[in-house]
Design a binder for this molecule. Structure first.
Ligand SMILES: [Zn+2]
Length: 379
């Protein structure tokens, strides 16, 4: 049984397009190669039954981590390099994938009482050293996959480090799995940008939780550490100041808006899913800062409950605003400081919260969730 399923890459196509246009010969070649590998993966038909064979699901479970090594090939999952409970090995990418998936599992478990990605103990499988010169990382609907960046380029031309280096990237990608099992937001236009923002929000919370940082102390950068020192930038996105993460002769300028007045209408990138997500990211940031303290405790709680109980595959920004506001009232009380902060966060990006909102009907795109359900694999 197979089913066409989205794959979720951390690097948006516009960044690689810029490198393909502005880079040196070697950089352009690398970007073109990554873009073409990514589109091949996107067109691949994911075999759902193979997820069972690969051990992605346990009977009733305790989630186990396994990190595989693709050894610069593209066959998934690859050779086992480290299993749950094994001590660290010499390969830093293996250890980062292991620790990062553990940190993500911890945040979901401790802060939200969630049992792994599917809330049913799904195993966390990761593959490192995927392909040669692969400038990306992705969640393929079943597992995490990480490239090593452009480590084969001459040092002066390198743009990206290995993709396991950034904990928020790992949290971002695994959160695509959580969204897939919950709201299952359509990966297009506002629904897709909301999907992307949810991954940035919880990806950043994984990092904040692991570092013990308050909202005020956090950097709110996605992809910190991913750029080499050749790039003028701090990461691929900034939730604190969307549009300012990088401005570089090769990578171009961060195109994210921070406000609805700058919403980008485009057919690229599934309707700008990695661009307009900046608006929702910034709304979360504003709310979390206003509430203060650890962002996973209150703002994160509100968003987690909204994601798991209220958003549907067709929810847009306005629905997210109304539903997070409603949820904040349910958890912390109507007119509570927390509910007001949610409202103010959305106001800050140009979205006015309504008191109530009808929940949009599901789009009918059941995707993997529906299939797993029919196979008796879903909760
Ligand atoms: Zn993503």
């Amino acid at each position: 049984m197979s089913h066409r399923h989205s794959i979720f890459c951390i690097l948006p196509p516009h960044m690689l397009d810029q490198v393909a246009q502005n880079g040196s010969n070697a950089q352009r070649e690398m970007a073109a190669r990554t873009l073409s590998t990514s589109s091949q993966i996107r067109d691949r038909r994911v075999n759902v039954a193979s997820a069972v064979i690969r051990g992605a699901f346990t009977a009733a479970g305790t989630s186990q981590r396994t990190v595989y090594d693709a050894k610069f090939g593209t066959k998934l999952p690859g050779t086992v390099a480290r299993k749950e409970g094994d001590t660290p090995i010499a390969d830093v990418a293996v250890n980062e994938a292991y620790d990062g998936s553990g940190a993500t599992r911890d945040l979901y478990s401790v802060a939200f009482g969630r049992n792994s990605i599917d809330n049913n103990g799904m195993n966390l499988n990761s593959t490192v050293h995927y392909d040669k010169g692969y400038d990306n990382a992705f969640w393929d609907g079943q597992q995490m996959v990480y490239g090593d960046g452009d480590e084969d380029l001459p040092p002066a031309e390198r743009l990206f480090n290995r993709f396991t280096i950034s904990l928020d990237v790992i949290g971002h990608e695994l959160t695509h799995g959580v969204t897939q099992f919950e709201a299952n937001l359509v990966y297009r236009n506002q629904q897709g940008a909301l999907n992307e923002a949810i991954s940035d929000i919880f990806g950043s919370l994984v990092k904040q939780y692991q570092r013990g940082q308050t909202a005020a102390d956090a950097d709110w950068i996605i992809g910190e550490g991913l750029f080499t020192t050749n790039v003028n930038g701090v990461g691929i996105r900034s939730m604190k100041a969307p549009g300012t993460a990088y401005n570089d002769p090769v990578l171009g300028k961060d195109p994210q808006p921070a406000h609805m007045k700058d919403y980008v209408t485009t057919s690229q990138d599934n309707g700008g899913v990695h661009i307009n997500s900046g608006i929702v990211n910034h709304a979360f940031y504003l709310s979390a800062i206003e509430i203060g303290g650890y962002a996973w405790e209150k703002a994160g709680q509100i968003w987690y409950k909204t994601l798991t109980d209220k958003l549907t595959s067709n929810s847009n920004f306005q629905n997210a605003a109304d539903l997070t506001f409603q949820t904040a009232g349910e958890i912390f009380g109507v007119d509570s400081l927390e509910q007001l902060a949610i409202k103010n966060g959305w106001t800050g990006v140009g979205i006015t919260v309504n008191g109530t909102t009808p929940v949009p009907p599901p789009s009918g795109d059941g995707c993997l969730k529906g299939l797993l359900h029919s196979l008796g694999l879903a909760r």
